[in-house]
Design a protein around this ligand. Structure first.
Ligand SMILES: [Zn+2]
Length: 97
């Protein structure tokens, strides 16, 4: 679902393209009675929670409404504050054997 924010100050600018007002709200079932709700940048598809699902908003029903969209934007902000911009490889994990 498309979410358009009325003010740029509500969301951090997308670290990939700078968009801070138009988002695509996603809801996916992540467990038997749990859904993850998060937003992707509508302009470029960037999702700062992609490799950090713990930063997605968890909701039992997964309905996308004003409240859950608000929480998903808050998660977007938290993830960008924490991780900045990451490419698709996400975590850089060094494995030693
Ligand atoms: Zn973007």
């Amino acid at each position: 679902m498309k979410a358009i924010l009325k003010n740029k100050k509500y969301a951090r600018p997308c670290p990939s393209c700078g968009n801070s007002t138009v988002f695509d709200v996603q809801s996916i079932r992540s467990g038997v009675d749990c859904c993850d709700i998060y937003v992707e940048c509508m302009e470029c598809g960037y999702d700062p929670t992609k490799c950090h699902p713990g930063y997605r908003y968890e909701d039992v029903w997964g309905d996308i409404d004003y409240g859950t969209t608000y929480m998903a934007i808050a998660c977007w902000n938290d993830a960008i504050d924490e991780f900045g911009y990451e490419n698709d490889s996400g975590y850089i994990i060094e494995r030693t054997t």
